[in-house]
Structure formats: C-alpha cells, structure tokens
Design a binder for this molecule. Structure first.
Ligand code: AMP
Ligand code: MG
Length: 404
C-alpha cells in the first residue's frame, strides 16, 4: 500500500499535459499558456507623458524661468512641430512627447497666465516621461509557456492586440456515482435510500479546478450496469467513480474496470480518511475510484485528483499553498497513517492558529463546510497537543482570514 506522498507521486508521474487550443482572450482567464508569447512591439509604443503638465526643453529650465505656451496636446493627440527654445506645450497624461521636448513639468509646479508659464522647479532631462520600450521591449518573451492567465496577463495580451490565446485544453472528466442505495437529488425519499450528493460535489470540484465535468449519473451495484457506465466514462479524458471500491460483497467497480482493460496501479492508500482509493490507467488514461463517503470522496479528490487535473491542464504549481499553524487544542491521532484533519484557522499578529472545525469522523460533512484548511498530520505522529505546529493546506484561499 503506497503512502500518501508515494500515491500522489505515482499519479503525477503518470499524467501529462493535454494538447492545446486557441481561445478568445477573455476565455483564457485561469487557463495555462501552451506557447511562449513574445512582445510584437515595444510598450509604451512611444515616449509619452506620465503626468498632466507642460512639455519643455529641460535646458531652458535650469532655474526658475518663464516660457511661452505654444500648443496643447491631449491624450490621443499627436504633434509634429518642434518645441523651440523658450516655449512649452500643455500636455495631458499619455500624450506623445512632442519633438524637441525632453521633460514634462506637472501642473502643480507651474503658474500659467497670459499665454505664459512660470516654472518654479528645476527640471531634469527625462522627468515624468515614460520612454518607448521602457516597460516591455519588442521581441521579449513576456509570457512564457506555463503561465496561468490572470487579469494582468490578459491586460498584456490585450495591449498587444491579441484576440486569441494558445492554452492547454480543459480536461473532460466523467463523474460516476455507484450504489443501489442512491436516489438523485429531488427524487422522493425512500426507506434505506440516500441522496447521491457525490456526483454534484465532485462535478463542482472538477469545475473549480478549471476542468469540465461529464455527468454519467448512477451505476447500480451489478456488473451490467457498471460495465455500461464505466465504458461510457472511458471516453472522457479522466474517469472518476465514487463508492463500490471497498471490500464489500457488492464492490464490483475494480472487477469491471479490470474487465475493461483498465490496469490497476494501486488500491488503498495509507491515509485517513480515504483509504479505499484506487488509481488505474487505460492506455495512459487515468481512472480514479474514490471512496463513497461524501467527506472521503471530496478529500481524496482534493489530494489526488485535483493535482492530476491541474498538471494535465499545463499548470506547474499543482499543490495548494501550505502554511504552518499552531494548534489551539489537542488532536487525537494514532501513528501509522497520514491523517487529514479539517481545521478552522485564525490569524493573530501575522501567525496562524488552527482548531478542529468539528467532529472528524468521516460521516460529518458539516465539519468540511466549516474548514478553512486541511491539516496534514504525518504518518509517524501520535496525538498532537495544543501548541504543536502543523502544516495546513489552504482550501479556501486565505483571502477571507481576518486578523482576530
Ligand atoms: P461504499 O464505498 O459503497 O461502501 O459507500 C460508503 C458510504 O458512502 C455509504 O454510507 C454510502 O451510502 C455513501 N455513499 C456512496 N455513494 C454516495 C453518493 N454518491 N452520495 C452520497 N453518499 C454516498
Ligand atoms: Mg456501496
């Protein structure tokens, strides 16, 4: 049975980025560049003013001086006449520096009256000018392959006039729930039956990872039903199943996958919760069989499936940021397995503190709702005491964590 780290490494070693496609620039948000983007031109395109003010010849302004105002240049304007000795041109932010001028004096430092301006400060060549190519040079690899596209990257692409962007394809992920006890959400309840919450939960996690879920519904606990649904699922890029992989009498998922030439890589990982997780491959296509318990299936998705999907979509950073937090209370654990503990976090004086977000038995979904992070407690650790430090994966992002 692999350890947590071994299992994750085996999975990541067995998946590779999918091909690329060109999408409209706005559609590329959150996606990963599949090719380098080289700046086709300088940015800025020409020398321009960073301030509203007066374009001058700096040599005219060694000490306080009066210049004749000869023109006005708003943003979007362009001027071909040269700014001559002893003259100035009123200029608004972003306008190109007119020929002859080599500095801009901001409004605040000038008195204007009767067609003249009195400059009250000394002026150096280049003051308040944004120079051609100062930000980006033509030919520079401004966005390397593997870049995750955020609004700032979209801004750069837009300023280069890019209407389409080459990105890695989104992964299509088939989601299948299994079990005779399952009803779809909205169906009338019946004794002994439970609602299939895993399909929507896992699909939501797929969407959040930036991939595309393909809903397969429910397969029943018999081989015919499983054969049909699993074969359908193998048409997607990745197949995820939930439940039916323990050692119960009707846990046929692994048998049927085997019939369908899906090669099992591992079954069971030394973790808690989520031990009955299986990973298999058919011609390089990953198949994840997750436990049925709603908490376990989401946690194992988080730990194993999400990183794989991200790698397949070209991401280089596939794991959540880890922080170190100090425990506010004792946490029960036996040595021997990695434990994932759902924790609520607080920040105080720039430090993180963690407490259990509720009952840790896997039946309690609410504990996951209340969690800001997953504390990953190493194999060898026994019971943890208040004051001990733990590594915590931030699942909610830390944006919402306010100082107490
Ligand atoms: P199993 O892995 O088949 O032994 O299922 C473990 C537990 O998860 C059982 O209590 C199931 O009823 C529950 N379960 C299985 N599938 C789902 C599902 N799709 N949605 C919600 N709970 C489920
Ligand atoms: Mg079952």
């Amino acid at each position: 049975m692999p350890t947590f780290e071994e299992a994750r490494k085996i999975i990541l070693d067995n998946v590779t980025p999918l091909g690329a496609e060109r999408v409209e620039t706005l559609e590329s948000l959150g996606r990963v560049l599949s090719e380098d983007v080289v700046a086709p031109r300088d940015m800025p395109l020409w020398d321009n003013t960073a301030m509203d003010g007066y374009a001058v010849r700096s040599e005219d302004c060694r000490e306080s001086t009066i210049l004749q105002l000869t023109g006005f240049l708003p943003a979007g304007g362009n001027m071909t006449e040269t700014v001559r000795r002893g003259t100035a041109v009123k200029i608004l932010t972003g306008a190109p520096i007119p020929p002859g001028a080599d500095a801009v004096v901001p409004f605040e430092e000038v008195d204007e009256a009767d067609g003249h301006v009195a400059i009250r400060v000394s002026v150096k060549r280049g003051d308040n000018i944004r120079f051609k190519g100062e930000d980006v040079k033509a030919g520079e690899t401004i966005l390397p392959v593997g870049t995750v596209l955020r609004p700032s990257e979209i801004s750069m692409l837009a300023s280069f006039g890019k209407l389409f962007v080459p990105v890695h394809r989104r992964v299509r992920v088939a989601v299948l729930s299994t079990g005779d006890e399952l009803l779809e959400p909205g169906e009338p309840l019946e004794p002994g039956k439970i609602v299939n919450s895993n399909s929507l939960a896992l699909a939501a996690a797929v969407v959040q990872a930036g991939a595309v879920p393909v809903m397969l519904g429910i397969a029943r606990d018999n081989k015919e039903s499983l054969r049909e649904k699993l074969a359908e699922g193998l048409k997607a890029d990745v197949l995820i199943t939930s439940a039916g992989v323990s050692a119960g009498d009707r846990d046929y998922v692994r048998d049927v996958l085997d019939e369908l030439q899906v090669r099992q890589v591992f079954w069971k990982v030394d973790i808690k919760p989520g031990r009955p997780t299986a990973f298999a491959l058919r011609d390089g296509k990953p198949v994840f069989s997750l436990p049925g318990n709603p908490v376990s299936s989401l946690l194992t998705f988080e730990e194993f499936v999400r990183p794989a999907l991200l790698k397949m979509m070209g991401h280089r950073r596939v794991l959540r940021p880890l922080i170190t937090a100090t425990l506010r209370e004792d946490i029960q654990k036996k040595p021997g397995r990695v434990n994932f503990v759902r924790v609520a976090l607080e920040r105080e004086n720039g430090e993180y503190f963690a407490r259990s977000s509720g009952k840790q038995a896997t039946g309690f979904l609410k504990t996951l709702l209340l969690a800001d992070g997953i504390a990953v407690i190493p194999v060898e650790k026994g019971e943890l005491k208040a004051g001990d430090q733990v590594d915590v994966q931030l699942i909610a992002g830390d944006g919402g964590l306010m100082e107490a």
